[in-house]
Design a binder for this molecule. Structure first.
Ligand code: NDP
Length: 242
């Protein structure tokens, strides 16, 4: 699998899945742009991987998003990976957390994809978009109501984009991981009292590794998946089958 000659944009590339994905895309030949919110993360990524271009942007600020993504120029491969997990019980959900969650997890992927796919349509070269969703889009999880809602919206966005953009040879898919051991994974699942019952629901009996998710994203970005579009692919050790 190689991405030579392709330009890739990964959002939320400062930490976790996005950061490692950027490194793998560079190794596989893609000219890669890493967009994220914390400058120090981008500086350390640039030190580790000097050929990466970095863009500092808070995707919850619409005008910042627009100028950052427009400044990227041509993009062939887009991974909408940035998200927040603001957990609270249903009875305590705040309007502020609701808005922030939908701004970052739903509105930002839509706006970034609009700008990027507009360029793909104008150039007539096609392209490829992967949205990083979650198994939470399809399951109710305690304290995750708003997060689950945002990921369900992202799955539907994936299907609608695939439907309208297919005619321009743009494929759009999602990956839906179970818990992954990253900073975000630790927010909800570092306490064994919560993690153990969750693991017990996974037929393979373990959480996902970052590389388990990245390998599926790379497959979806590659020509090896050239007939797959509009799919939301679980990376969940079998959870959603149960
Ligand atoms: P991390 O929290 O480790 O990393 C998320 C990255 O997104 C960070 O670099 C963060 O930057 C960035 N980000 C968040 N908000 C913004 C924003 N407003 N603007 C720009 N960048 C932003 O998360 P993961 O790597 O674990 O998650 C990646 C994706 O995988 C997410 O979409 C998540 O929902 C999904 N996922 C994760 C699972 C898990 O258990 N970890 C399970 C299933 C799905 P900063 O830290 O500076 O805010």
């Amino acid at each position: 699998m190689r991405f030579d000659g392709k330009r890739a944009l990964v959002t939320g590339a400062g930490k976790g899945i996005g950061r490692d994905l950027v490194k793998q895309l560079v190794e596989l030949g893609a000219d890669t742009i890493a967009l994220s919110r914390t400058k120090e993360d981008l500086e350390s990524l640039k030190n580790e991987c000097p050929s990466v271009s970095v863009i500092h942007c808070d995707l919850s600020v619409a005008n910042e998003l627009e100028s950052a993504v427009k400044s990227c120029g041509r993009i062939d491969l887009l991974v909408n990976n940035a998200a927040v997990a603001l957990l609270e019980p249903f009875l305590e959900i705040s309007s502020q957390h609701f808005d922030k969650s939908f701004d970052v997890n739903v509105k930002a992927p839509l706006l970034v994809s609009q700008i990027v796919s507009q360029g793909m349509v104008e150039r007539g070269t096609g392209g490829n978009i992967v949205n990083v969703s979650s198994q939470a889009s399809m399951r109710a999880i305690d304290n995750h109501t708003v997060y689950c809602m945002t990921k369900a919206a992202l799955d539907q966005l994936t299907r609608n984009m695939a439907k309208e953009l297919g005619q321009h040879n743009i494929r759009v898919n999602a990956v839906n991981p179970t818990v992954v051991n990253t900073a975000m994974g630790k927010i909800g699942w570092s306490d064994p009292a919560k993690a153990d019952p969750m693991k017990a629901k996974i037929p393979l009996g373990k959480f996902a590794e970052v590389d388990d998710v990245i390998s599926v994203i790379l497959f979806l970005l590659s020509d090896q998946s050239s007939m797959i579009s509009g799919s939301c692919i679980p990376v969940d050790g079998g959870t959603l089958a149960c």
